[in-house]
Design a protein around this ligand. Structure first.
Ligand code: C2O
Ligand code: CU
Length: 462
């Protein structure tokens, strides 16, 4: 199967933001319509939900340039868009009942922000996420401007499993057995919504691969066979390049690689996590490119934590605990001033299996959100030790901030900037960040069934 054309449509120029004409400010305007879409994954169409008319749109935008994304909800249930990993204002963070009212069927909401950092990001709903993400609602935001010279090729690979039966219908997105363990795995593995696609790349060329784990559950252990691969960015942020052996990419995590393609031999993207390695995609060299030197990335510029004055917290990731005292919880005030006293909470948890620091996120129907887990003074440095007391890995994500992964005592990784970090069983991972973005921000596991069954909380920066 040759995917070059389709690849361009789904992951290339189709959604290049076009400059709006009105007003003095330079604004890129994009429309995203969340709608039903019959997706061909098996022999029969699958009732997917996607943005616009091809799965996984890729928006390529410039750093610090105003972006206006109009979300139109053509689904039969409410939705929102969370700009995963972007340090943007709280009101644009897309968390229903915490940063905005959910976008009801037939309504629209315009997200406006100027991406502060370059790199590869993900966007997805933050409502009924097991189902909405499970049905395919996700996209990639590439913030350009980090390259010292252009690569010969730039390929976005959106890795996602689908909970589909052979007849194309969806299997349940959540199962109690999965939710209480490592999550419920998909039955069909895909890259850019195709099972083991062949993707054209230039031959003897410098190619940037942007790997995005858009799955709700699976942690992939990614490697490249047939070419030398260097890791050049993690969660969008440049790192001093190092050779890729393999890299564990949990849900919502991203990894940018630079590869030098061979003349003709195919290059494979492989997942080593299972006993038998799985080829996720094959890159097929075509026309040779001319550039000889591998470009590099400008180094990441993020607020440097001041560890000598940090506020230290340990957050234990555990199995379910008592729900917090909702009566003591204050009303939530949305960034636009709306007061929320009667929220039906943002997730459809049926039960709770998991907790952060002894608190489980409430199940549907509670009158209040729980109190914030931690309150920071704006500008304060936070050091958090995430301690996983459970037998399952948890990819932990913080909203609104980029943290530095300082240390991990089980699965060594270089010090790097991230927004999502994998915490392995029994592992203690220390992260640090400057709490400089005011607002109410989520912290949760990105295995969506864990998030939906308790492993979520929020912190406040004021
Ligand atoms: Cu990508 Cu709160 O999540
Ligand atoms: Cu988890």
């Amino acid at each position: 199967m040759n995917l070059s054309r389709r690849d361009v449509l789904t992951t290339g120029a189709a959604l290049l933001a076009s400059p709006a004409l009105a007003g003095p400010a330079v604004v890129d305007a994009v429309k995203l319509r969340a709608n039903d879409y019959p997706l061909r994954l098996t022999t029969r169409p699958t009732p997917a939900w996607i943005y616009n008319d091809a799965p996984f749109p890729v928006l390529r935008v410039a750093r610090e340039r105003e972006l206006a994304v109009e979300l139109k909800n053509s689904l039969k249930e409410h939705t929102s868009i969370h700009w995963h990993g972007l340090r943007i204002p709280n009101a644009m963070d897309g968390v229903p009942y915490v940063t905005q009212q959910p976008v009801q069927p037939g309504e629209q909401f315009t997200y406006r922000f100027a991406p502060p950092d370059t790199g590869t990001y993900l966007f997805h709903p933050h409502c009924n996420t097991s189902e909405q993400l499970g049905r395919g609602l996700a996209g990639v935001l590439v913030v350009e401007g980090d390259e010292t010279a252009p690569f010969d090729g730039d390929v976005v690979c959106i890795i996602k499993d689908w909970r589909v039966a052979p007849d194309g219908s969806f299997l349940p997105f959540v199962t109690p057995a999965g939710a209480a363990r490592a999550g419920t795995f998909g039955a069909l593995r895909t890259v850019n919504a195709h099972a083991s696609p062949a993707i054209d790349v230039p031959a003897e060329a410098n190619v940037r691969l942007r790997l995005v784990n858009a799955d709700s559950t699976r942690i992939a252990e990614l490697g490249v066979e047939g070419a030398h691969a260097m890791v050049i960015a993690i969660d969008g942020h440049a790192v001093p390049p190092f050779a890729l052996q393999s890299w564990r990419l949990g849900p919502a995590m991203r990894l940018d690689l630079a590869i030098r393609t061979p003349a003709a031999r195919p290059v494979r993207l492989v997942d080593y996590f299972a006993a038998e390695p799985v080829t996720l995609a094959t890159f097929v060299p075509r026309e040779p490119a001319k550039r000889k030197r591998m470009p590099s990335l400008h180094s990441a510029k993020l607020p440097e934590p001041d560890l000598s004055r940090a506020k230290f917290h340990t957050l234990a990731l555990s199995t379910s605990a008592a729900a917090p005292d909702y009566a003591a919880a204050p009303d939530v005030v949305l960034p636009d001033g709306t007061r929320i006293a009667l929220a039906d909470t943002l997730c459809l948890a049926q039960r709770s299996f998991w907790s952060i620091d002894g608190q489980s996120w409430p199940v549907t129907g509670h009158r209040h959100l729980p109190p914030p887990l931690i309150q920071f003074k704006r500008g304060q440095t936070a050091v958090i030790e995430l301690f996983n007391t459970t037998p399952h890995p948890h990819p932990m994500h913080l909203h609104g901030h980029t943290f530095k992964v300082l240390s991990a005592n089980k699965y060594p990784r270089p010090v790097h900037w991230a927004d999502t970090v994998l915490v392995m069983p029994d592992e203690r991972v220390r992260i640090a960040f400057v709490a400089d973005n005011p607002g109410n921000w989520m912290i949760h596991c990105h295995i969506i069934e864990h998030q939906d069954t308790g492993m979520m909380a929020w912190f406040r920066v004021a």
